[in-house]
Design a protein around this ligand. Sequence first.
Ligand code: DGL
Length: 272
Amino acid sequence: MKAVEYPIGIFDSGIGGLTVAGAMKKVLPHESFIYFGDTAHLPYGEKSSESIRHYAAKIVSFLVAKKCKMIVIACNTASAHAFKIVQDVAGPKIPVINVIDPVAEYTAKNYHNCAIGVIGTKGTIQSRVYVNRIEKMNKSLKVVSNATPLLAPMIEEGFYNNSISQTIINNYLSKKSFSGIDALILGCTHYPLIKKEVDKYYQKRIEIIDSAAVVAQTVKQLLEEKNLANATVSKNKHRFYVSDYTDSFEQSTRIFFDEKIDLLEARIWDQP
Ligand code: DGL
């Protein structure tokens, strides 16, 4: 098989990264993906930086062994804490994309003289990565961030688009520090699933920046730059692995891919 025909490796703690994979499927119809959801360790947002680096390194070794030609860290928390180790494990020939840099660049380029809100896991918000990167690239922006730790586990359990999730979301978004924001970054790949509810809270008064489409465009650009884009439709099927089988993962995978998927369990943590 030629290098261009190899799959793109994507990983997250669970179903969140499927929002990125779904957007990638739309702009990269020729590519095949190997997705890894680390459902055994979810939520990453509550874990130490050291644990996240440890999980990410092991997952990337797995994806490299499956001959992935590029790695997409489809998780903000892992992007904030493990980008360097993922690059080290992938090695110089396999490009790595994280979900934070493309969104920070998009925001710095498209907004001026205003306030931007960010919501994400505790791990992402405490790293201050969005605040530092955006304010460094565009000094006219003020970035305000708040951790919303209940949201990823809530979504993972299938709780969205209902009155309970709307109440929790409203509670987080009504924080005083968010009162003057002009746009809100959904800084967790699980959050596109609650975009409707966030829109409902703001009644379309502000733009909600969803990273999936921005990241998918960056992946496309990088594949072309590195001559790694597949010119014809891949013969490989997308493959989805989880470290612990969950029903909600299987259901969400069907929603995002709209095709029959092979959901496999890979107990990579049992291996030395
Ligand atoms: N989807 C992930 C993120 O973008 C992590 C959610 C979690 O496992 O806490 O941060």
